[in-house]
Design a protein around this ligand. Sequence first.
Ligand code: ADP
Ligand code: MG
Length: 258
Amino acid sequence: MANQKGGVAKTTTVASLGAALAALGRKVLVVDLDPQGCLTFSLGHNPDRLESSVHDVLTGEVSLREVILPTSEGLSLAPATIDLAGAEAVLLMRPGREFALKRAIATLDGDFDTVLIDCPPSLGVLTLNGLTAADAVLVPLQCETLAHRGVGQLLRTVSEVQQITNPNLQLLGALPTLYDARTTHSRDVLSDVADRYELPVLAPPIPRTVKFAEATASGATVLAGRKSKGAQAYRELARQLTAHWDTGAALETFNPAG
Ligand code: ADP
Ligand code: MG
């Protein structure tokens, strides 16, 4: 999950989609690459109390397996701590700095079916590590005016990563988030993005609901709570991605007219 803009639901998507994929029986690891540690916190672990984190993995001090924590929803978590803020500087001096996460994930030797990576809101070394390690990138996009700002820059970065560090990186598309079905505004924003860029806009859009804030505050994802439209949308996305990975089925795209 990558978008250098903050507040577009990258972290929420990693946690909720991860829980939905785990509910489908997949072994899922979620990786927190954001020094803020929001994913870590939202899955019930306090970053301030952790001994080791993804930071120590990227700098080569411990193995990825050693930092992985269980969470209440069947997800395994590679947690972040604020130390990660310093990882950029440490990695900058190292050869092959974009490959640190890819090499760490390779040591897992197929322990997991799916690894979801929560990138920080920047296009620095951490995000480059995420894009270099990934098979595919999904771009959560908040359905608000000016949502497209920065998308061009992100797509250029993806294309550079494809040319330089990860030729196999697949751009899955934009995932519309914080979608408001009651007005035409969200739809207008999405057709604007679809017109401007060669970026498929995926369906279903994730509706804006208050359940997400409630879930984060309780240390669980929306999937754990009572039925919500948001949980349903993430379940549907999980089903589609599973079909895409297992059978090559195309992902559904959003129809602005519909
Ligand atoms: P990012 O990781 O891109 O910065 P977050 O996942 O942290 O974004 O989401 C930003 C805020 O939006 C959080 O407070 C989160 O609870 C809220 N949020 C995310 N998705 C939804 C949604 N579908 N409906 C309502 N609030 C949401
Ligand atoms: Mg985040």
